[in-house]
Design a protein around this ligand. Structure first.
Ligand SMILES: [Fe+2]
Length: 135
C-alpha cells in the first residue's frame, strides 16, 4: 500500500487548516514508514503520540473557528472529531500496554478517515468559512 499523498483535491482553501491537514498526512505516513521498516516500540509509540497530540491540536483549531463564526453544523462536525480522538487514544493506550501493534489495518483506517473527513466534512466547513471571508 503506497503512502498517503497530499494533493490539491484535499485542499479546503483555508490556509491554516490546509497546513495542518498536510502535517497530519505527513504524520500518518511517518507512522506507516516506521511500521514498514519495523521500527521498535518506543519509536512507533512516540510517533503515535505525536499524531494523537497533533490531531487534538488540529481539531481545536477547527472548533475554535466554528465557534468564532457560529458554524451551524458544528455539532455534527465536533462529534466526528470526538469519535476519531477516542479511537486514536484507545489505540494509543492499547499499544502502550503491548496489546496491539501498528498494522496495515490501522494505516488504512487513518487514511480513509482522514480523506473522507477532509473531503466531505472539512470542505463543507471550508466553504462556509469562505463566506465569512476567512482565508
Ligand atoms: Fe474537521
Amino acid at each position: 500500500m503506497p503512502n498517503l499523498e497530499w494533493s490539491d483535491n484535499l485542499k479546503v482553501n483555508i490556509s491554516a487548516i490546509d497546513t495542518q491537514h498536510q502535517k497530519l498526512v505527513e504524520l500518518v505516513n511517518k507512522l506507516f514508514d516506521a511500521m514498514k521498516i519495523g521500527k521498535g516500540k518506543s519509536v512507533t509509540g512516540d510517533i503515535l503520540k505525536e499524531l494523537a497530540d497533533y490531531t487534538v491540536y488540529h481539531f481545536e483549531t477547527e472548533e475554535s473557528l466554528m465557534e468564532k463564526y457560529n458554524y451551524p453544523d458544528s455539532d455534527h462536525h465536533i462529534l466526528a472529531h470526538k469519535n476519531l480522538v477516542d479511537q486514536v487514544l484507545a489505540f494509543q493506550r492499547k499499544f502502550a500496554k503491548g496489546e496491539i501493534t501498528v498494522t496495515l489495518e490501522l494505516f488504512k483506517f487513518l487514511n480513509n478517515w482522514l480523506i473522507d473527513h477532509i473531503v466531505v466534512v472539512d470542505k463543507k466547513f471550508g466553504t462556509f468559512l469562505k463566506t465569512k471571508n476567512v482565508k
